[in-house]
Design a protein around this ligand. Structure first.
Ligand code: PEP
Length: 236
């Protein structure tokens, strides 16, 4: 199944629900059979966005979660809370979250387990820094990050997001995306959907989405504008 997932990051207030309405309307035409569109709004909007998306072609997800179901963790949300608010997915290991929290592989593994425990689907993000790519270590770094989900590859979605491509307007060469997705496929087997993320826009989506083993896109900035998010979905 092809997936187009929008990560709204720390953007959006109740005024953004109008944008969700436009995405829902457009998704009827944009989302072909076998395609799933997902919006990951900030936690404050998850319940309202999920309610708006009920019985439509869109599902929702959280952007991160704590590994415990509840507890004294000020500022955090659990996978159980995301599920209760209507989510079907949860992003884990986004580079912005990794940088902020310093999560170890062990913590990321516990978060993935928490997401699975609640019946949500983890969207596990991996990606190398610019320095690691320049040192020709990108494939080694990314396949190493995949150890966290290698024993549950049939239960997760994986998104390859080079850190240097997120929010910068830069994207890797097509050959580099193809090489990385082939390496991920070789490591994880046939099952998991493998997405690309990092400055996907209407103008480059079609060429990225036709690369071998790329099963969809994780979209940040362009997912905030309904017409751009829908244009990306139409590119599949
Ligand atoms: C992201 O946040 O996962 C992302 C890929 O952002 P952008 O599309 O803005 O680069």
């Amino acid at each position: 199944m092809a997936l187009v997932i929008g990560n709204w990051k720390m953007h959006g207030t109740s005024a953004s629900l109008a944008e969700v309405g436009q995405i829902i309307d457009g998704a009827e035409a944009a989302a072909k059979d076998g395609m799933q569109m997902v919006i990951c709004p900030p936690a404050t909007l998850l319940r309202e966005v999920s309610a708006a998306c009920r019985n439509t072609k869109i599902q929702t997800g959280g952007q991160d979660c704590h590994q415990d179901p509840s507890g004294a963790h000020t500022g955090c949300v659990s996978a159980e809370m995301l599920a209760d608010a209507g989510a079907s997915y949860c992003v884990i290991g986004h580079s912005e979250a990794r940088e902020r929290s310093g999560d170890s592989d062990r913590t990321l593994s516990a978060k993935v387990e928490a997401v699975l425990r609640t019946g949500l689907v983890p969207i596990f993000c991996v990606g190398e820094s610019l320095e690691q790519r320049q040192d020709l270590r990108a494939v080694e770094v990314v396949t190493g990050q995949l150890d966290v989900v290698a024993d549950k590859a049939d239960q997760v979605i994986v998104a390859y997001e080079p850190i240097w491509a997120i929010g910068t307007g830069l994207t890797p060469k097509e050959d580099d995306i193809a090489e990385m997705h082939k390496a991920m496929r070789d490591k994880l087997g046939a099952q998991p959907p493998l997405l690309y993320g990092g400055s996907v826009k209407p103008g480059n989506a079609a060429e990225i989405l036709r690369i071998d083993n790329v099963g969809g896109a994780l979209v940040g900035g362009a997912s905030l504008v309904a017409k751009d998010f829908l244009a990306i979905a139409r590119s599949i």
